[in-house]
Ligand binder design. Structure first.
Ligand code: GLA
Length: 707
């Protein structure tokens, strides 16, 4: 069989793969400008004493059968047989920067198809398909994508979280064995966002080699960073299967979710910028090429108290504040007066809306706004007509009682009648009403998810995709938001069929700063729902100025989450101001290059977005707590054109109190805040801009414009 070495190349990243007799990724790193296939001979490994007499490759499928001894990429069997496959490559094809490899194991009766594509952005998308070639089903316990890393990638970064506190990064040095993330919640989850980053120790936003991966899958998953006993390292990711959940019948193929991988030698910013570019050119698809409209969502304004007259007055006020899309949240359907009842009964509540929804929709549209509505189709309350009619539609295992979560259970979408019922009801909603936008919620985890007595978490996730796909095809003009008690279902696969994420149920600006920063590692601002909430945050009861709330919501897809009638004119003026500021800059925010800035003080978060043509930049510095030092360090503004001159403008700042006396943090402002300055991009990037001493829980917004 031929020895073949193939390369996928992009401007920043290359991948080199040996294909025969079995496939092995030999290199995933910086773009090689002088590569020739015979170079790989230098990597031929010695055979160490005290172990196998042959070399043990970390193959593309990471089979144990090669003497891997680490976590394999495939585990399964046929009633105990055919349980240790070892694949040999039978066909290879390369089209542009996409490689398709076919490998087989005749003994085990399995075929493996691997697709590996390197995008111009530098992002690698890779998945495997496992086909059963024998008549008896092959039971799949695990099927993963494995990516070898450079040995220097010793530090691992991952995200933990919980409801109202998503995307919290944490780090560890991994010297031996493995670090594993396992998620069994049935959605991508607040707790275990499906991503892992490995890098050279101490990697930062601007510096270091980092290899980041994200699994595009909205269900159960497992991700692993492994340090083998021989020093080699790899990252691995897979859909996690519950016992007995997955089997492949003869001739069938099981595909892994796509693993998206971004390597950069420019630190975390380089990694994220590649991911953002990839999403923008391959995954994010807005029905229309128009600016992201500013939202008003009614949830924290009125909760379940729907009175159409009042809602229309809210809409009047919203329009006058600059809102462009008005969304009615939970509470509009039959019997939905609190969160104990009615999920499943997707009929209008005629007591609340005696004249139907249409007058409200028409009113919203007459004000020049789009109309959106909330749904949670996958759920059912025990107290619902749907449950009373179809108690057997609950996703469960017979013989056990299901616990409720938020007083609700999950509907089994694998039951065709249940699926069709939802399709019919959602089609009624979207077909009979001029709906532009749907906030699609999912508020309960899957516990003992079962269909016909078998575990069915994976199947449920696939049916959710099918339902959304079908609705997307029927109503191509409608935008969908993926919400799951806030950020419980955020990933690239659901993003192929939605247009926005509700990042968190927490609108506390202080908490939002870390949540949104965490999300920015993998998602660009235009898909991140970021709303100004009430002065006193509903989730935490913390109180923040309108300036801090407004600026915190600025770097996303902005909205308001409140009742604009229930506040005073000063507050309203604030909403108007920040909505206008967002609109003024959203072209840059939603299309530019995002930079998180390393700051020496961990209580300071700084970030910027620079337009693609480097003419404009917008930087925000948020002070989360009392600064560690008496002076804040200068803000170095990355991403500018070194040889261009920029005018620095103070766009928004907290009400900085200069008492001229003792008692407060600052006596005199930095000079540029009083006398306008124009300086080179190089100077701003290398030397930076002195910052005022910020009070805790305030932020400052600085614009730079090329002159
Ligand atoms: C979930 C969502 C909220 C809101 C409520 C409505 O908690 O995350 O934004 O829509 O449901 O019940």
């Amino acid at each position: 069989m031929q020895e073949a070495v193939l390369r996928l190349a992009s401007e920043t990243v290359d991948v080199v793969i040996k294909t025969h007799p079995f496939a092995e990724i030999l290199y995933w790193g910086p773009h090689l400008r002088h590569f020739s296939p015979q170079d790989v001979a230098t990597l031929s490994r010695p055979i160490a004493n005290g172990r196998l007499d042959v070399d043990s490759p970390v193959t593309l499928m990471a089979e144990l059968a090669h003497g891997l001894f680490g976590a394999p990429g495939i585990e399964g069997h046929r009633q105990g047989l055919d349980g240790s496959p070892r694949f040999r490559t039978v066909a290879v094809s390369q089209q542009g920067q996409t490689l398709t490899l076919t490998a087989e194991d005749d003994t085990a009766g399995l075929r493996l198809t691997s697709e590996i594509a390197l995008d111009d952005s530098g992002v690698l998308a890779i998945r495997h398909g496992l086909t059963n070639l024998k008549s008896q089903p092959w039971q799949v316990d695990r099927l993963a994508v494995t990516l070898p890393l450079a040995e220097c990638a010793r530090e691992v970064m991952a995200f933990h979280g919980r409801w109202i506190r998503e995307f919290q990064p944490h780090r560890l040095l991994l010297e031996h064995d493995s670090f594993v993330i396992e998620n069994r919640r049935g959605r991508s989850s607040h707790e275990h966002f499906p991503a892992l980053i490995s890098g050279t120790p101490g990697f930062s936003e601007m510096h270091g080699d980092v290899w980041g991966v994200h699994l595009g899958w909205s269900g159960n998953h497992r991700l692993r960073a492994e340090a083998k006993t021989d020093g080699r390292r790899y990252l691995q990711a897979e859909a996690l299967y519950l016992p007995g959940e997955m089997a492949v019948a003869e001739g069938e193929t099981l595909w892994t979710p796509y693993l998206y991988a971004s390597y950069s030698n420019q630190g975390l910013n380089g990694m994220s910028q590649q991911f953002h570019r990839y999403l923008r050119s391959n995954i994010i698809r807005f029905p229309e090429n128009k600016p992201r409209p500013v939202h008003l969502n009614t949830w924290e304004g009125i909760y379940f108290n729907h009175d159409p007259e009042y809602i229309m007055r809210m809409a009047d006020e919203a329009a006058s504040l600059g809102v462009e899309r008005f969304i009615i949240d939970d509470g509009w359907f039959k019997g939905r007066n609190d969160d104990h009842a009615a999920l499943g009964d997707w009929y209008l509540d005629e007591q609340k809306y005696p004249n139907g929804l249409t007058p409200v929709i028409n009113h919203v549209k007459s004000l020049g706004m789009e109309f959106g509505i909330w749904v949670e189709p996958e759920m059912i309350n025990p107290d619902s007509d749907l449950y009373r009619a179809h108690p057997d539609w609950v996703l469960a295992l017979p013989g056990y009682e299901q616990a409720t979560g938020r007083h609700q259970w999950v509907l089994n979408l694998n039951i065709p009648a249940a699926f069709n019922y939802l399709l019919e009801r959602m089609s009624w909603l979207l077909g009979e009403h001029a709906v532009d936008y749907v906030k699609w919620d999912m508020n309960r985890e899957l516990v003992q998810p079962g269909h016909n007595g078998r575990a069915a978490a994976d199947a449920q996730t696939r049916q959710f995709y099918r339902l959304l796909d079908t609705l997307g095809e029927r109503f191509p003009h409608v935008e969908f938001e993926s919400c799951s008690s806030g950020g419980g279902r955020i990933d690239y696969e659901v993003l192929t069929r939605c247009h926005r994420f509700w990042a968190s149920d927490n609108n506390d600006a202080l908490e939002r700063n870390t949540i949104q920063r965490g999300m920015s590692y993998f998602f660009p601002p235009e898909v991140m729902g970021a709303h100004i909430g009430h002065h006193k945050c509903h989730a935490t009861f913390r109180q923040h100025s309108i300036a801090f709330r407004g600026l915190t919501a600025l770097f996303g897809h902005m909205g308001l989450e409140l009742d604009p009638l229930a506040v005073d004119e000063q507050e309203r003026e604030g909403y108007r101001h920040y909505a206008a500021l967002h609109k003024q800059w959203r072209e840059v925010i939603h299309h530019g290059t995002q930079w998180r800035v390393d700051m020496p003080d961990s209580t300071t978060l700084a970030q910027g977005i620079v337009s693609q043509d480097q003419r404009q930049g917008l930087f925000i510095v948020s002070q989360l707590a009392m600064p560690d030092y008496t002076l804040m360090m200068p803000l170095r503004m990355p991403g500018l054109a070194a040889n261009a001159q920029y005018r620095i403008t103070l766009l928004d700042h907290p009400n900085i109190r200069l008492t001229g006396e003792g008692g407060h943090t600052m006596r005199k402002l930095p000079a540029w805040m009083e006398t306008p300055q124009t300086v080179s991009g190089e100077w701003l990037m290398q030397a930076g801009l002195a910052l005022p001493v910020l009070d805790p829980e305030t932020a400052i917004l600085i614009g730079v414009e090329r002159v």
